[in-house]
Design a protein around this ligand. Structure first.
Ligand code: ASP
Length: 454
């Protein structure tokens, strides 16, 4: 590995960062502002405005039309216009027509959905490489999957390292790679994040910058809390907790490759490049970081849960009670989220969708397995997670959360704090969810600001 690669930053740009020529210009400015930004991973052009359609979705449409024997030339024409418009505006001679003709031919021959979708990144990678004057590396040559579509990490690392060893700069399109016979395979939606992470690991980048259209990970969902604050530093573990509970920032599978290599991820905003964004780091490095801010790191949550409430006298003395109940769920392939219990009661919280249409069977099987005094299914439950590595060393966090909820007269249905003391999960009625998020946010973020006199 050359010295040049040791001091490299990998920069991934999402679809909205490359939606039109104006965005391309911002991207180039960002890249040229720092010579360490050597390896660039683009998504396909995304939405320019909220009703716009992403190139990826247009390509899926083409493939669907082709598979139904319908004419898709109009949609393909729109895709062509978008690339041409960007190229023309940037003064480039890039013309996707020949490539699109080949794509159309392959679609008529029965090309897969993955192949179709991947062409958005492929063409955008070529266009961006042309604009930056960087060489283009087809991801099909360096990202490999096995026949069932699972990423082959060792092979991918080997190929990426080999390919990039003598390339101080490159554009590598995100989202796809190739299977054992060269067939194109994509990650799931949003998967360019994973490509960026793989490239960062391969070149042992000092940082993986993920450029998007928000100024970082927010303390709470901005649809619920207006002007929610940006999290400065978050650990991989905290981010995983928040993502699991619905915060969408990065593709979940993008964390593992860099985390294993100790490479931090920096979420940045293409439209506000001077903002530092959010740094995602390992727990060890975060502990030495004094600027945690508000004790809690973030709040996230989801609606759409239900609870199976079971009651039986002397439940606590009955050996194997829990196991029998859980075996029913296991046999039916149902996973659960939480299991708060009392001496003679237990509740199992699970996502509504996992038992939809099978409610009666689940209950009657549990009845048969453990003969409870009563069993009922309760709908309309939300789960809210308050996440923060700062909780471990701060007393009174739970008291502040529940005081905030009590003042708002919000009834708490369930509480669960993991042994890691990284999060407190609260079960609420759906109707209380948004207000609960706002109250907890105010308690920690706004009152911290008041305390410190800001
Ligand atoms: N273009 C793909 C999508 O829309 C992949 C990505 O942007 O990461 O999901």
């Amino acid at each position: 590995m050359s010295d040049a690669q040791r001091t490299s930053k990998v920069v991934k740009f999402g679809g909205s960062s490359l939606a039109d020529a104006g965005q391309f210009r911002k991207v180039k400015d960002i890249i040229t502002a720092d010579p360490a930004r050597r390896y660039v991973v683009p998504s396909a052009p995304g939405k320019r405005f909220s009703e716009d359609t992403k190139i990826t979705d247009m390509l899926y449409t083409c493939q669907r039309f082709a598979s139904e024997g319908k004419d898709f030339s109009e949609v393909l024409g729109q895709i062509r216009s978008r690339y041409l418009e960007i190229a023309k505006d940037l003064g480039l001679s890039f013309d996707p027509t020949d490539e699109l003709d080949r794509i159309a031919f392959r679609l008529k021959e029965g090309a897969t959905r993955d192949f179709a979708a991947s062409r958005g990144e492929y063409l955008n990678g070529m266009l961006l490489a042309d604009y930056l004057g960087f060489p283009f590396v087809d991801a099909a040559e360096v990202i490999c999957f096995n026949e069932s579509g699972t990423l082959l990490m060792t092979e991918t690392m080997m190929l990426l390292r080999e390919k990039l060893a003598d390339m101080p700069y490159a554009v590598i399109p995100g989202f796809y790679g190739a299977g054992p016979n060269g067939e194109i395979i994509t990650f799931s939606r949003g998967g360019s994040d994973i490509t960026g992470s793989l490239v960062a690991r391969a070149v042992r980048a000092e940082i993986y910058e993920n450029w998007t259209d928000v100024s970082g990970v927010l303390v709470a969902d901005p649809r619920i809390v207006k002007n929610a604050a940006v999290i400065n530093t978050i650990t991989y573990e905290e981010l995983r907790e928040l993502s699991y509970m619905g915060a969408t920032v990065l593709h979940e599978d993008a964390i593992f490759p860099v985390r294993a290599a100790g490479i931090p991820i920096n979420i940045r905003n293409t439209n506000e490049p001077s903002a530092p964004g959010t740094l995602i780091v390992s727990g060890d490095s975060a502990d030495s970081d004094a600027q945690t801010g508000y004790t809690i790191t973030g709040i996230a949550g989801k609606k759409g849960f239900c609870a199976i409430n079971i009651q039986k006298a002397m439940m606590n003395a009955e050996l194997g009670f829990c196991r029998k109940v859980l075996s029913v769920l296991e046999d039916m392939g149902i996973s659960f989220e939480h299991m708060p219990s009392g001496i003679d009661t237990m509740s199992i919280i699970l996502a509504e969708e996992t038992i939809k249409g099978r409610e009666k069977t689940v209950l009657s099987r549990i009845r048969k397995a453990v003969e409870p005094d009563s069993i009922e299914l309760e709908h309309g439950i939300s789960l809210l997670a308050v996440v923060g590595r700062g909780m471990r060393r701060t007393r009174g966090t739970a008291a502040r959360i529940f005081a905030a909820l009590a003042h708002a007269r919000i009834n708490v249905k369930m509480i669960d704090q993991g042994s890691s003391e990284l999060n407190i999960i609260i079960g609420l009625l759906d109707g209380d969810f948004e207000e609960a998020v706002r109250r907890i946010y105010d308690m920690f973020v706004n009152s911290t600001l008041t305390e410190s006199g800001e």
